[in-house]
Design a protein. Sequence first.
Length: 106
Amino acid sequence: MGKYAPLGTFLRRWKNKHDLDQLELTFADIERIIGALLPNSASKHDWWRNEASLERGHKQSRSWLEAGFEAHPLKGTERVRFRRRCSSLTQACEKVDVTSSGESTA
């Protein structure tokens, strides 16, 4: 289990319990969830890229992408908005399948 896997588990459980399309978490919330500090680079927008490429070093994004979310850091804050990759209103969910190479098949 990777360092950020607990975040993916949290997001999947949240999605199963709520009909909302997004939630906001502070960096402190995320650190409590993963049981570790976020790196200093988490304060940069690029760290939250919705790209699961292991070659590019964005392995953390696999946790939220595989849970069906995209991350959107809120500029100038230590907050991240996680949005579902599909709308509960349309039920037109896009299946996200991240391959072992880190590429999305969606």
